[in-house]
Write a protein that binds this ligand. Structure first.
Ligand code: HEM
Length: 239
């Protein structure tokens, strides 16, 4: 009888482990699929808006009459800021990072240089742009971009991987403001988003602010606020 009971327990344990294992595996697969769809969508939409921005500025509108006004700034901003936009997905790709750690480090340096020069040229373009209501939001965006990226670099130099990961997420979110701004512009001009604001300048300025404040807040919510709420809960339960 004891033998049968023991056998029963072993089978029960085996079934439980297989069940939990399958559930976990399914969850992981679902998470992986979600991550793949998310990144594919992000890459496609970035490529689309990059193409449109190039077409708009370098083909239709023009980049100014002289070298300093503002050909140099547009070209250097575009070339340098493009780097973080393209390199971002590689830097976050866990498989790529684990397999090619040296390349990850090298591309990380290009990412940082791209943000640095892209951000500095953005400050100049931001100050001299013809849309008054967009000057302050683009200046604050450029400054924050420089800060988050420098913080990502400093933290990894000090081997604080967790802080580095968080600052890279913030930095790339701000890089993507380039895309969010253009999505919002399409929503405003093609789908009557913010139509309740009559004044066009106020409308433009509003979506310029929204293009980086909202993504940054969403990201902070997931990487900082929610984890800190959960952390407190664990501490109390443990004490
Ligand atoms: C995130 C911080 C960024 C800021 C604050 C910023 C700011 C600006 C500003 C002020 C302009 C000039 C707008 C005008 O005078 O009409 C501009 C143009 C441009 N930027 Fe950025 N930028 C940023 C990121 C990026 C990124 C990541 C890319 C990716 C390639 C990029 C690509 C371009 C291009 C192609 C243009 C010319 C097209 C246009 O004028 O709309 N920028 N940017």
């Amino acid at each position: 009888m004891a033998g049968v009971l023991k056998l029963f327990c072993v089978i029960k344990k085996y079934l439980l482990y297989t069940y939990v294992g399958c559930k976990l595996k399914n969850m992981m697969t679902r998470k992986n699929i979600f991550i793949k769809i998310f990144w594919s969508f992000l890459i496609m939409i970035s490529a689309y808006y990059l193409y449109r921005a190039i077409n708009y500025r370098f083909v239709n509108e023009g980049i100014g009459p002289t070298f300093w006004n503002k050909q140099f700034w547009f070209v250097s901003h575009f070339i340098t800021a493009m780097l973080p936009l393209i390199l971002g997905p590689f830097q976050f790709w866990v498989w790529f990072r684990n397999r090619y750690i040296e390349l990850h480090r090298l591309l990380g340096k290009f990412y940082i240089l791209g943000c640095l020069f892209g951000g500095l040229s953005a400050i100049y373009l931001g100050i001299t742009q013809p849309y008054d209501g967009s000057i302050v939001p683009s200046l604050i965006l450029a400054t924050l971009w420089l800060f988050m990226t420098s913080a990502a670099w400093l933290t990894i130099k000090r081997k604080n991987i967790q802080a580095h990961r968080l600052f890279m997420i913030r930095s790339y979110t701000l890089t993507l403001a380039f895309v969010f701004l253009r999505i919002l512009s399409d929503l405003v001009y093609k789908h009557n988003f913010l139509a309740f604001i009559d004044n066009q300048e106020v409308r433009d300025s509003t979506y310029e602010w929204m293009s980086w404040i909202i993504p940054l807040l969403v990201v902070e919510f997931y990487i900082s606020w929610i984890p800190s709420i959960k952390k407190n809960k664990h501490k109390r339960a443990g004490s």
